[in-house]
Design a protein around this ligand. Structure first.
Ligand code: ADP
Ligand code: MG
Length: 467
């Protein structure tokens, strides 16, 4: 076994190298933002022109806040799906009431046949609709209207239709790939006798923009920082060469960037990131997502700790076996360690013991663990800020021109943004740093809660046939 001094030198060395490789100077962040802007242009130029898909959402008409009536939404994107009913009262009253029901999807339906999944969804929705208050029944000849958030990559063919490009997140139903999602759902709705019209098929980022826009007309983009990461923003139609349709009245179109798949030689990547990517379900893909989002941050910390255990015996002369298990250290646990404010880092000690079965860690070791959480979250947060700065630059809103104080608001949602306070504050301060004082005064960040549910219902309303 290694001598005390030699061991600590090695630990310090691994920490120092990792910290240096994760370094994100303002210059580097500006290069990342610049590369993002170039890829945004490429992706808007033609289909398949960039690693950024820049998907056209067909949403050219965001909620104005005047919408009124009763609308429904479905949110499908994980092991649960949710049905929502929302009552809108127009400018004065806004969102009057939201009711939701969450249903877990039986695992056999995630890999079964298309009609089984959609029949299940339609049946659950029918049950939910049956609790609708009498006074909200649609008038004769009218149908209830539904917004559908389907958080898988979709090639839209209109605001209310689109074909599935591929499944992910444990779903694999061969016969849906290439099919129109709304067509499949509509068939099942008819089968169960539910008279409903799907008026919007959207991604959760698009829902986040819509939800925030309902109450704040300065909103121009929506960003998800959760299990994964992605963004959507409002683009001028004349800046979308690949759009060959008619120019909408608004002159604008919401673009779903799919920015999780961004990569660039300017990204600070380490040996740990490369190993994580190689061991992932989608090697070579979603590189930006893999250094920023909640699914991965904890595992990067684990990988560095493992190296310190193997090469510097930080936990003694055997490597704790649990430390070898991928994803055992989750981002919420990392966040709890990072926010530990006790003088003896009690929380860190408890996490190391409970999760990794490492007993009685000395304070010195706990401090190293906190340092790693800091390095990994700071890199992620600063890169997220750089990407937001990229959107603002693309739109020419990163500087104040001729004293124009036009406001721009970015709506954010997702568990990482909501619950990891140090990540959030670092991201916000980095964005201010990138913008400078003057432009910072015109840019706002706001939390847009449940855009994937409420946003879909609001879009169903703004696309309504009856308003
Ligand atoms: P999704 O992105 O799957 O729609 P959420 O937006 O709720 O779901 O985000 C969930 C993710 O947020 C989790 O996978 C986790 O990585 C992250 N997260 C949740 N709670 C915390 C926390 N306390 N600290 C840090 N990250 C968290
Ligand atoms: Mg979500």
């Amino acid at each position: 076994s290694k001598g005390g001094c030699e061991k600590w030198e090695k630990v310090e060395e691994i920490l120092k190298v990792f910290g240096e490789e994760c370094e994100t100077s303002i210059e580097k962040l500006k290069s990342v933002a610049e590369a993002m802007v170039v890829e945004m242009h490429n992706g808007l130029e033609n289909e398949g022109g960039s690693m950024l898909k820049m998907l056209i959402s067909f949403v050219d008409n965001l909620p104005s806040g005047d919408e009124k009536g009763l609308f429904y939404a479905l949110d499908l994107g994980g092991t649960n799906f949710r049905a929502l009913r929302i009552q809108l009262g127009g400018k004065e009253k806004g969102v009057v009431k939201v009711e939701t029901e969450e249903v877990s999807i039986p695992p056999h339906l995630m890999t079964g046949s298309s009609h089984e999944l959609f029949d299940f969804i339609a049946t659950s929705l029918a049950k939910f609709v049956s609790s609708e208050p009498e006074e909200f029944r649609p008038l004769p000849g009218r149908k209830r209207e539904l917004g559908f958030t389907f958080s898988f990559p979709v090639r839209q063919t209109s605001i209310a239709s689109g074909t599935l490009i591929k499944w992910s997140k444990g779903f694999n139903i061969e016969d849906v790939v290439g099919e129109d999602i709304v067509g499949e759902l509509t068939k099942s709705l008819e089968k169960v006798g539910l008279h409903m019209r799907v008026t919007a098929l959207i991604n959760d980022t698009v829902g986040t923009v819509a939800k925030a826009r309902f109450s704040n007309q300065d909103v121009i983009a929506g960003v998800i920082l959760g299990t994964g990461t992605n963004a959507a923003y409002l683009e001028h139609v004349n800046a979308i060469p690949k759009w060959h349709g008619v120019v909408p009245k608004s002159g604008k179109m919401v673009i779903n960037m799919e920015w999780g798949n961004f990569r660039s030689s300017h990204l600070p990547l380490t040996e740990y990131d490369q190993a994580l990517d190689a061991a992932s379900l989608n090697p070579g893909e979603q590189i930006f997502e893999k250094i920023i989002s909640g699914m991965y941050l904890g595992d990067i910390v684990r990988r560095v700790l493992l190296k310190m255990a193997e090469e510097a015996e930080i936990f003694g002369d055997t490597v704790p076996p649990k430390l070898r298990i991928p994803f055992i250290l989750r981002t919420p646990d990392m966040s709890a360690m990072h926010h530990d404010s006790s003088s003896d880092l009690k929380v860190v000690g408890k996490k190391l013991k409970d999760i990794l079965e490492i007993d009685n860690t000395p304070l010195k070791v706990r401090k190293i663990a906190v340092e790693l959480c800091d390095i990994v979250s700071v890199r992620g947060a600063r890169l997220a800020a750089a990407a937001i700065f990229g959107i603002l630059r693309k739109l020419g809103r990163d500087t104040v021109k001729d004293g124009d104080k036009q406001k721009s608001v970015i709506a954010l949602d997702g568990g990482l943004f909501e619950h990891y306070a140090k990540f959030r504050t670092c991201m916000e301060s980095t964005l201010r740093e990138l913008l400078g004082d003057e432009a910072s005064g015109t840019i706002g960040i706001e939390h847009s809660n449940d855009g994937s549910g409420i946003g879909a219902a609001l879009l169903a309303a703004s696309q309504s046939q009856y308003l």
